[in-house]
Every structure is written in structure tokens, then in C-alpha cells.
Ligand binder design. Structure first.
Ligand code: MRU
Length: 358
């Protein structure tokens, strides 16, 4: 991972969560160590840590960190505190399934351990959170290996938001194939959309790719369609916050119009996501809870207000791209082609990769 940042790791004491504070990028590379429940919830809500896999991993590690600070409680008090922490962390952001998925996994592990003392349960939760973190890192690497098959030498990839290392515990999802193709000796360039209103493309993808030495060009969100029509990109590659059983994809607001434009101009539209983002329990995109954030995020840029005081705004943070617009989904188990059906379960990890489209 040389040159590629690590968004979520354990703190120096092994029981806190060390994150890059992404609110400060690219002006400052600042780290936070999260220990308390309020710190964990606040970091997720305010996008200090963000991206579906990263909030799942940070949420799980945060729950384990909070449990560690409660080991002096009685078993009954500990159970109540753990329950409260789990519910609050899981609800910190609604759209990415990775967050409730990760918290549920820790709770299941705790439940299988029976009636252990708090100190033992906290150790079990730390262990499970570390497994989850390591698995996320490994899943990113596998997505990179599979997805790199879609990128020829000289490939120009359009991406939206940040689905790179900053959004995971590893090398990212949508950017993992870019890194893997580059490491295989191919020249790959990225076109990154600004991603209004919180500028994840401009602030984060541009910073991450420059750290990693990948050529990257910034474009306005509104430029994506005409650039796709003009042949500026060979494919679009984005991440996902939740993939429904029918293959509908929730991702950062602005993904859907890019998918429509890619379809209209015959540019392949690929989604990259680990098994933890695929939600068999959500039948279609219409069933996904789309986070509505404070309209104030629309009203200013870098702290300077540019909209008349009293203006109203709507700020949905995600949209849903219908499965019919998705050329293929790159998972950690291989490349899945339409028609999508994730209703039984996420794709098996050991499945051989499907043949990439020509
Ligand atoms: O609001 P954010 O920055 O958390 O939104 C992130 C995205 O939409 C990403 O594309 C998605 O979570 C995939 S990250 C691997």
C-alpha cells in the first residue's frame, strides 16, 4: 500500500480507533483516536470517517473500543451499555448497509460467547472487529485483482465521490482495480467528479490518487455527461453504499445521472463493492433508506455562505441507479454480470470470477 493512505487502523493502545479526519483533507492530514461512544457516532455522522466499508469497520472497532471502556461494569450494566452503543452506532448513518451489518456481526459473536464477564466479552469484540477490519482489507485486494481485468493499458476511468482507500480499510473498491492495474504495469488515468456538496471527489479522490501517484483530472459534476459523449472515458467505475437483491445500487448522489449518460453513450458502467455492501434483505432500490442531510451543506463552500439567507434546500446524500444501467458488478468473489440476483445471499467468496464483458 505504499503511497496509499490507511483510513482506519487501531490506535497506539490497540483499543481505540485511529482514523484520518477526512473533514480536514486535503489542507491537513490529521488523525483522530476515537474512544467514546459520542466520538465514534460523531465521527461517522460528520464524515470524519466515511465510505460504506470504512464506516462499517470503524463502527465495529468503535463498538469494541466502547466495550473496552466499560469492563468495570457489572455484567447486566455492561449488556445495557453495549446494547445502547450498538443501536446508536448502527443508526449513525442509514444508507450504507455495511454499518448495521458490521454491528450485527459483533453482536452475534458476543451472543455466541454466552455469559462471559465484561472483560472477556470486550476482548471477544476486539477480536471480531479486527477480523472484520482484516477481511475488509483482503476484500479490497480481491476486488482490485478482479476489476483490473476490465482495465486495459491506457484506460481512462471516470469515478464519482471517493471509493478509494479513504473509504475502506484497504485499497478501496472502485479505485482498487486502478491500483491493481497500475501495479501490473498498465497506465491508467482517472477522471474524478467534484462530488458536490461535500466535494469527496475534489478533496479526497484527488488527494488520494496524488499520494498514490495515479494521474487524475478533476471535472465538474455537470461535465460528466458531455465528456462521456465525447469519448473522454473508457468506463465509469464507482462504489456502492448498498446493493439491493435485484442489483439496484445506492451510491453518492449524482451517480444515477452519470449511469444514465454512460448508458446513452455506450460507455460501460461498473460498480465495485465487497460482499458486506450487498443486502439480500433489501429487495429493490425503492426499499433503500436514502439519507437526507442538512440543507446547510448546500449553502456554503469552505465555510463561506454563497446562498441568500433564508433559502430552502433539499440534500439527499445518495441516489439509486437501477440495475438495468449497471454493466457489471465487481465483487470480492468475482465479476457478476446481469441479470443480478442477490436474493439468496451475497455471492460466495470462493466462486470463480465470471468472464468480464468484451
Ligand atoms: O457520504 P459518503 O462520502 O460516505 O459517501 C460515500 C460513497 O457514496 C461511496 O461511493 C460508497 O460509500 C462506496 S465507498 C467504497
Amino acid at each position: 500500500m505504499s503511497g496509499i493512505p490507511r483510513a482506519v487502523t487501531w490506535g497506539h493502545d490497540g483499543t481505540s480507533v485511529r482514523i484520518i479526519d477526512q473533514r480536514a483533507l486535503p489542507q491537513a492530514l490529521r488523525y483522530l483516536e476515537l474512544r467514546t461512544l459520542d466520538e465514534v457516532v460523531d465521527a461517522i455522522r460528520t464524515l470524519a470517517v466515511r465510505g460504506a466499508p470504512a464506516i462499517g469497520v470503524a463502527g465495529a472497532m468503535g463498538l469494541a473500543a466502547v466495550a473496552t471502556s466499560h469492563v468495570a461494569l457489572t455484567p447486566r450494566e455492561f449488556a445495557v451499555a453495549l446494547d445502547d452503543a450498538a443501536r446508536r452506532i448502527a443508526a449513525a448513518r442509514p444508507t450504507a448497509v455495511n454499518l448495521p451489518w458490521a454491528i450485527a456481526r459483533l453482536r452475534r459473536r458476543a451472543a455466541t460467547e454466552g455469559h462471559l464477564e465484561p472483560v472477556h466479552l470486550a476482548a471477544v469484540l476486539l477480536d471480531e472487529a479486527e477480523r472484520l477490519r482484516a477481511e475488509d482489507e483482503a476484500m479490497c485486494a480481491r476486488i482490485g485483482t478482479y476489476g483490473a481485468r476490465l482495465l486495459n493499458d491506457g484506460a481512462r476511468v471516470m469515478t464519482h465521490c471517493n471509493a478509494g482507500a479513504l473509504a475502506t480499510a484497504g485499497i478501496g473498491t472502485a479505485l482498487a482495480p486502478v491500483y491493481a492495474a497500475r501495479d501490473a504495469g498498465r497506465h491508467v488515468e482517472v477522471l474524478a467528479t467534484e462530488t458536490r456538496p461535500l466535494w469527496q471527489g475534489a478533496r479526497l479522490t484527488m488527494w488520494e490518487l496524488s499520494q498514490a501517484g495515479v494521474p487524475c483530472t478533476l471535472i465538474a459534476d455537470g461535465a460528466a455527461a458531455s465528456l462521456l459523449r465525447g469519448g473522454a472515458a473508457d468506463c465509469v467505475l464507482v462504489g456502492a453504499d448498498r446493493i439491493a437483491a435485484n442489483g439496484d445500487v445506492a451510491n453518492k448522489i449524482g451517480t444515477y445521472p452519470i449511469a444514465l449518460a454512460a448508458h446513452a453513450h455506450h460507455v460501460p458502467f461498473y460498480v465495485a463493492a465487497p460482499a458486506s455492501t450487498i443486502d439480500p434483505a433489501t429487495p429493490t432500490g425503492a426499499d433503500i433508506d436514502i439519507e437526507e442531510r442538512d440543507a446547510d451543506e448546500l449553502m456554503s463552500v469552505a465555510g463561506a455562505r454563497h446562498v441568500v439567507v433564508g433559502a430552502r434546500g433539499r440534500n439527499p446524500a445518495f441516489d439509486v441507479t437501477p440495475a438495468s444501467l449497471v454493466t457489471a458488478i465487481v465483487t470480492d468473489a468475482g465479476i457478476v454480470l446481469p441479470p443480478y440476483d442477490f436474493s439468496a445471499s451475497a455471492p460466495p467468496r470462493t466462486a470463480p470470477p465470471h468472464t468480464p464483458p468484451a
